[in-house]
Design a protein around this ligand. Sequence first.
Ligand code: URA
Length: 209
Amino acid sequence: MSRVYVFDHPLIQHKLTHIRDKNTGTKEFRELVEEVAMLMAYEITRDLPLEEVEIETPVAPAKAKVLAGKKLGLIPILRAGLGMVDGILRLIPAAKVGHIGLYRDPETLQPVEYYIKLPTDIDERELIVIDPMLATGGSAAAALAALKKRGARSLKLMCLIAAPEGIARVQEEHPDVDIYAAAVDERLNEKGYIVPGLGDAGDRLFGTK
Ligand code: URA
């Protein structure tokens, strides 16, 4: 069973409250999402392996640590996932970025891929799939399956807000994928929105509503 990590860092919680607030406008919303993504990336990368190198400081030779070269990839699910990418890249500028676009077939209600472009070596990368609102979990589960089908072996799922329904679905379909969120909310409403949530993340990020 995959684990769920909820980041209770005061800065993340403070910023998330402003993100949720309906009076927060597009510019501020976008900036805050980026900042929270950066803070979450700091926590998510806590287990990256280090190796020792030898350097010389201005004072003396020293053995010091650097990242052991584990290759990372960010995979935002279009379109709301895009809002978190730049914040993460501020901390991990060398990460490659792939994109997945999915829509829900109106008849089967199943997610259908309409766009996918990935780094060529996803089998060698630790991938962070970005889905800011884990609602039913349908898109996230489909995106994870699409990546596994193409060779992905190490996956994490990063969300701003997760609903219990989405967590349950991802855990059932992808027990190997840990979930990282800034909050786990109460439930979904009849329209599939997370309650209390923050509304439509894509519309609020891009000012389309
Ligand atoms: N997607 C959103 O943007 N918001 C929700 O509450 C659920 C899905």
